[in-house]
Design a protein around this ligand. Structure first.
Ligand code: NAP
Length: 542
C-alpha cells in the first residue's frame, strides 16, 4: 500500500520520513522534509498542532522569552510576519501563532492527530524503521525524526490516596481546554518552578484560600511584560532581521548583549545599581546583561544570589515566609524563571506557604492533602510539578537501534550523541531536542536543528545512501568536549541539592548528569555549518 504525500490515505505504508510531534520542532521538521521532496507523515498525540502550547493552557501561561525572538525565522521568510500583541505572548497567542504557521505552510495535511507513537524499532534486514502507533497501526520509514519535546512528559507525584480525594486535580501540563472555575475555591498548588510561579498569582487572585506547597525555593525575577502599541508592533517587525542575526550568534539564542563586565570588578554600590537596573528590565535580561561571570564563577555568582535573596526579603512582608521562600543554592543552577508578582502573592492574607522540606507531603485525603503535621482542606489541587526532562518523552517512544538496543539502555550510564541529534547505532534516526541540546530560545534551536537534519538527509539522498549513521569516534570526541564543559559547571556542582531537572535531580532514580550542552547554541550551529561545509565528516553515508 502506498501513502500519498498528504499522509491521510494509507494505514501500513513505507514512507520516507516519519516526524513525531507538532510543536515548534515537529512543524519545522515536517516543513523542511517536505521542502526536500520527501514524503512525510507526522504524528501528534494532541488533537491539533501546538506541542507545549497545546497542553499548557493553565491560567497565567505565557512564554518568558520575548515574542520578538520567540518565533520562527522560517515562517517570517515565507509569509507576512506575525505581530504578537504583548511583549511576552500568552499561551493563546502562541498557540494561535503555531496554528497560523500550520495553516499558511499547509502542514496539517501531513499529520495524524490524537495518535501516539508506541514503538520505533530499527530493522537491520531492510534498513527501515518500524513504527507502531497506539491505534495499532504499523508503518515503515527510511527516516524517523523525533520532535516529542524536551518538557512534555508531565511529572505526577506518586502520592497515595488520590482516588479518595473529593475535589478536583489538575496538572498544569494537562490543563483542560474548557474553562476551569477556580473562583472562591480553596486551592493547593504544588510546585514553584516556571509553571508554578505563573499560576500562583492567578490562583491567589480568585481563591478563597491558597496553599503554596514548595519543595525547593526559586529565584524568580519580574518579567516586565507589556501590551505593544501598533507602532511598537510595526517597529518590532522592521527590526526582525537585526534580531535574527543577534539571536543566531548568541549562546542562549537571545538578542541580549553581554556586558563584558565581571561582577568582581566593580564596587558594591556599582554592583547593586547594575542588579537594580537588570531587575527593572526584567526577564532573561537580568541574567544576561548584568555581569558575564555570574553563571560560571561561584564568587561572582554569590553576589547575584545574595542580591536576589535580599530582594525576596524586601518584597515579602512576613520575615518567616520570606526566609522559607529564599533559595540557598546558586542562582542559575536551576533554570531561572521570570513571572508576574510571584513573591508579592505571599503578602495576601489568604495565601500560605508550606515548606515541604520542613513539613513533608504524605498523601491525599478525602478532604485535601495530608502533611506530616497537619491536613489541608482544599477543593482543588494544582500540580505544577514539572516534567521528566528530555528523556521522559523520548523513552516513551521505545526506540530500539541496531541489535535491538533500546535508547534507554544506550543512555543508562551516561548521555551521548553527536550534536544532540544523532547516535551511532541508530542509523537514519534524528532527535530534535535530544539530551545535550543547548538550552536557550527553543524556536531558534528547533529550526536550526530541523534545517540541519534536513540537510544531512538531503546529502544522504544525493549520495543514494541507504544508511546515514554517526561515526562512533566522532560521537565520542564530541561527548568528551560536552562532558568537560559540564564538569566545570555550577550546575554539576550544586544542582543536586537544588533538585535541578537539568541534572536529572528532580526525579529519584533518574540518571544524574548534566542534560545540556553548555558551550552555547551558536557553537552547535557553527558545528552544523562545519559539517555541511566539509562534506559531513561526522557520518557514514553508505
Ligand atoms: P519545574 O521547573 O521542574 O518545577 C516543578 C516544581 O514542582 C518544582 O518546584 C518541584 O520541586 C516541584 N515538585 C515536583 N515534584 C514534586 C513532588 N513530588 N512534591 C513536591 N513538589 C514537587 O517544572 P515547570 O515549572 O513546569 O517548568 C519546567 C520548564 O518548562 C521550565 O524550566 C521552562 O523551561 C518550561 N516552562 C517555561 C515557561 C515559560 O516560558 N514561561 C513556563 C512554564 C514552563 P523541586 O524543585 O524540589 O524539584
Amino acid at each position: 500500500m502506498t501513502l500519498s504525500s498528504d499522509g491521510q490515505t494509507a494505514a501500513a505504508a513505507d514512507i520516507d520520513v516519519i516526524v513525531i510531534g507538532a510543536g515548534f520542532g515537529g512543524l519545522t521538521a515536517t516543513y523542511r522534509m517536505r521542502e526536500r521532496g520527501l514524503d512525510v507523515l507526522s504524528f501528534e498525540r494532541g488533537l491539533d498542532v501546538g506541542g507545549t502550547w497545546y497542553w499548557n493552557r493553565y491560567p497565567g501561561a505565557r512564554t518568558d522569552s520575548e515574542g520578538s525572538f520567540y518565533r520562527l525565522n522560517l515562517f517570517d521568510d515565507i509569509v507576512e510576519p506575525f505581530s504578537f500583541k504583548e511583549k511576552f505572548p500568552a499561551q493563546p497567542e502562541v498557540l494561535a501563532y503555531l496554528g497560523r504557521v500550520a495553516d499558511e505552510l499547509d502542514l496539517r495535511k501531513h499529520y495524524r492527530f490524537g495518535v501516539s507513537v508506541d514503538a520505533v524499532v530499527y530493522d537491520e534486514s531492510t534498513g527501515r524503521w518500524q513504527v507502531r502507533t497506539d491505534d495499532g497501526q504499523d508503518y515503515t520509514a527510511k527516516y524517523v525524526v523525533s520532535a516529542v519535546g524536551i518538557q512534555s512528559e508531565p511529572l505526577v507525584p506518586d502520592l497515595p490516596g488520590q482516588e479518595n480525594f473529593g475535589g478536583r486535580i489538575y496538572h498544569t501540563a494537562k490543563w483542560p481546554a474548557d474553562p476551569v472555575d477556580l473562583d472562591g475555591c480553596r486551592i493547593a498548588v504544588i510546585g514553584t518552578g516556571s509553571s508554578g510561579i505563573q499560576i500562583i498569582p492567578q490562583a491567589a487572585d480568585v481563591a478563597s484560600k491558597l496553599y503554596v506547597l514548595q519543595r525547593t525555593p526559586t529565584y524568580s525575577v519580574p518579567m516586565v511584560n507589556k501590551e505593544l502599541t501598533e507602532e511598537e508592533q510595526r517597529e518590532l517587525i522592521e527590526s526582525l532581521p537585526e534580531i535574527r542575526k543577534a539571536v543566531r550568534d548568541h549562546p542562549f539564542s537571545m538578542p541580549y548583549s553581554f556586558s563584558g563586565r565581571s561582577a568582581l570588578d566593580v564596587t558594591d554600590e556599582e554592583r547593586d545599581a547594575i542588579y537594580g537596573e537588570g531587575w527593572a528590565k526584567g526577564g532573561f535580561r537580568f541574567m544576561i546583561e548584568s555581569f558575564d561571570d555570574i553563571g560560571t564563577t561561584k564568587e561572582a555568582n554569590d553576589t547575584v544570589s545574595e542580591w536576589l535573596r535580599a530582594k525576596i526579603h524586601s518584597i515579602v512582608e512576613d520575615p518567616i515566609t520570606a526566609a522559607k521562600l529564599t533559595p540557598n543554592y546558586p542562582y542559575t543552577v536551576k533554570r531561572p524563571p521570570s513571572g508576574v508578582e510571584f513573591f508579592e502573592s505571599f503578602n495576601k492574607d489568604h495565601v500560605e506557604l508550606i515548606a515541604l522540606r520542613e513539613s513533608p507531603l504524605v498523601s491525599f485525603s478525602e478532604k485535601g492533602l495530608v502533611l506530616e503535621d497537619r491536613e489541608l482542606e482544599v477543593d482543588v489541587v494544582i500540580l505544577a510539578t514539572g516534567f521528566d526532562f528530555v528523556t521522559g518523552s523520548l523513552y516513551k517512544l521505545n526506540v530500539q537501534g541496531r541489535d535491538g538496543l533500546p535508547l534507554s539502555e544506550r543512555w543508562a550510564d551516561g548521555l551521548s550523541n553527536y550534536l544532540s541529534v544523532t547516535l551511532h547505532g541508530f542509523p537514519n534516526f534524528f532527535v530534535l531536542g535530544g539530551p545535550l541540546y543547548p538550552g536557550g530560545n527553543w524556536p531558534t534551536v528547533a529550526e536550526e536543528v530541523s534545517t540541519y537534519i534536513a540537510n544531512v538527509i538531503a546529502e544522504g539522498e544525493k549520495r543514494s545512501a541507504q544508511v546515514i549513521e554517526t561515526k562512533a569516534e566522532v560521537e565520542e570526541a564530541w561527548v568528551a568536549h560536552v562532558n568537560e564543559l559540564a564538569s566545570q559547571s555550577l550546575m554539576a556542582q550544586y544542582g543536586k541539592d537544588a533538585n535541578a531537572y537539568g541534572l536529572g535531580a528532580n526525579i529519584e532514580g533518574k540518571l544524574q548528569s548534566v542534560f545540556f550542552y553548555l558551550g552555547g547554541a551558536q557553537v552547535l550551529f557553527d558545528q552544523f555549518d562545519h559539517e555541511a561545509a566539509s562534506g559531513y565528516p561526522g557520518f557514514e553515508m553508505s
